[in-house]
Design a protein around this ligand. Structure first.
Ligand SMILES: Cc1cc2nc3c(=O)[nH]c(=O)nc-3n(C[C@H](O)[C@H](O)[C@H](O)COP(=O)(O)OP(=O)(O)OC[C@H]3O[C@@H](n4cnc5c(N)ncnc54)[C@H](O)[C@@H]3O)c2cc1C
Length: 420
């Protein structure tokens, strides 16, 4: 009989296991893949953006759908305390661009291995290649977990169970949504699951723009004629649409609007630092400085990356070889409008296989935020992405996993001790 069984050895499960073991619990951590934390090992393009140094209030602004739920967990294991813990287990960290925290080695594998070593050092028993299929429940208590292994079915008994099986994104890492079924079987509600922090498909993508990277641009999302979100930074065109930092950050709004059957227009401001008037002056200056017989392509080359010019001119019906001294006032206005609000129509989004995170999960009103305990089954706890919580890019999602894992492990250990 274990005090605490944790299902899933991702960042949430590992922190839950380490915390429960350090609080004198006999802990079993069950992982279905061949090794723990496969997803953690590919985070941050292999560099692992562990967390963010923002203040708690700033941090919570990046969390959806209800930042209040995360507050107790984040206060129990703040970003500052997480950094200290990661340092203590032998991983020095660095903060980039002032707030994003990475291992100094720039290797996500180092973080994963250090967590696994710390779990083992703390006395956690880890079993891999073991998939939890079912929770054996009696009188609204979980008595045991039923697992499929290479050797056949195995049953482990526990006083408390933490489900930390992650979401649906990047299923090849083991996150295939098994926990949703376990939670549902236990009586929990799963809110609508959808990919988030994902690339966006646009209507009639232009292959000629594929791989074009844009810096210092602003992308705004218009739903039913209202601007509902905008982000400034970097993006890139792909064969199907758009990707990159600002696209991921606004993807949650776009995905939800598309699922709601709304028309989603995207406006790209290629010159956000310039007002319409400043841009108009700049174009006039360029025209004055160029030989009068220069073509509109040459004028556009002063304003846009080379790869964008033909598509841009075609979309605005500007003749590429027209001499600039023949451009009408209307055509110049069209260029200004196109630079300030180049329109695209969002028509889809990339699936879970390519999304960074799953939005939706175990309903927040069925979990006690102060303990991560299920309000339905007394000895059941949740941690990590399985919960209906997600956040922007920038280390916020891993901090959610670590903080909820810490609190679930602590609470499950306390619960199991109270049963002894
Ligand atoms: C490509 C990519 C890059 C990312 N980069 C970052 C980043 O830099 N910073 C950041 O903050 N976030 C990042 N994220 C998000 C972050 O990885 C997740 O938020 C985090 O991994 C969630 O942790 P978790 O422990 O809840 O779930 P997971 O990491 O998904 O772990 C769940 C574990 O449970 C196991 N499991 C599932 N079902 C069962 C079962 N039935 N029995 C036993 N075990 C089971 C799985 O095999 C898996 O190991 C990234 C995500 C992706 C996909």
């Amino acid at each position: 009989m274990y005090d605490v069984i944790i299902i899933g050895a991702g960042p949430a499960g590992l922190l839950a296991a380490i915390t429960a073991a350090k609080n004198n619990s006999k802990v079993l951590l069950i992982e279905k893949m061949e090794k723990p934390a496969r997803k953690l090992r590919i985070t941050g393009k292999g560099r692992c953006n562990i967390t963010n140094t923002k203040t708690i209030d700033e941090f919570l602004k990046k969390v959806y759908p209800d930042k209040r739920f995360l507050k107790p967990a984040l206060k129990n294991l703040t970003n500052a305390r997480l950094i200290e813990f990661i340092n203590d287990i032998g991983i020095p960290t660095v903060a980039e661009r002032g707030d994003r925290v990475f291992p100094a080695s720039q290797k996500a594998w180092d973080v994963a291995n250090a967590l696994v070593n710390e779990a083992e050092r703390s006395g956690v028993e880890i079993v891999c290649h073991t998939k939890v299929e079912q929770l054996f429940t009696e009188n609204e208590h979980i008595k045991a977990v039923v697992c499929e292994t290479k050797q056949g079915i195995r049953i482990f008994k526990a006083k408390a169970v933490v489900i930390a099986t992650g979401g649906l994104s990047y299923p090849a890492t083991g996150s295939t949504g098994d926990g949703y079924k376990l939670a549902e079987d236990a009586g929990h509600t799963i809110t609508s699951l959808r990919p988030s922090l994902t690339a966006i498909e646009i209507d009639k993508p232009d292959n000629r723009l594929d791989k074009l990277e844009l810096k210092n641009v602003e992308l705004s999302v218009w739903v039913d004629g209202n601007c509902v979100n905008k982000e400034f930074g970097e993006m890139e065109f792909t064969s199907f649409g758009i990707d990159g930092a600002i696209v991921l950050r606004i993807s949650r709004t776009i995905v939800d609007a598309l699922i709601g059957g709304k028309k989603v227009k995207l406006m790209l401001d290629l010159k956000p630092a310039l007002s319409v008037e400043q841009l108009s002056n700049r174009i006039e200056r360029e025209i004055r400085q160029l030989p009068p017989t220069s073509t509109s392509t040459i004028l556009l080359s002063k304003l846009l990356p080379k790869q964008f010019i033909v598509t841009f001119a075609e979309r605005l019906s500007i003749q590429a070889n027209k001499a600039i001294n023949k451009l009408t006032g209307g055509e110049i206005k069209k260029i200004i409008t196109g630079l300030k609000s180049y329109p695209m129509l969002a028509c889809g989004y990339r699936p879970f296989t390519e999304a960074i995170i799953t939005a939706g999960g175990v309903a927040l009103n069925e979990i006690n935020p102060k303990t991560m305990q299920s309000k339905i089954i007394e000895n059941l706890y949740f941690a990590g992405e399985i919960i209906d919580l997600d956040a922007d890019t920038g280390g916020y999602n891993l901090q959610i996993a670590f903080s909820t894992g810490y609190l679930a492990g602590l609470s499950a250990a306390k619960y199991s001790k109270a049963q002894s």
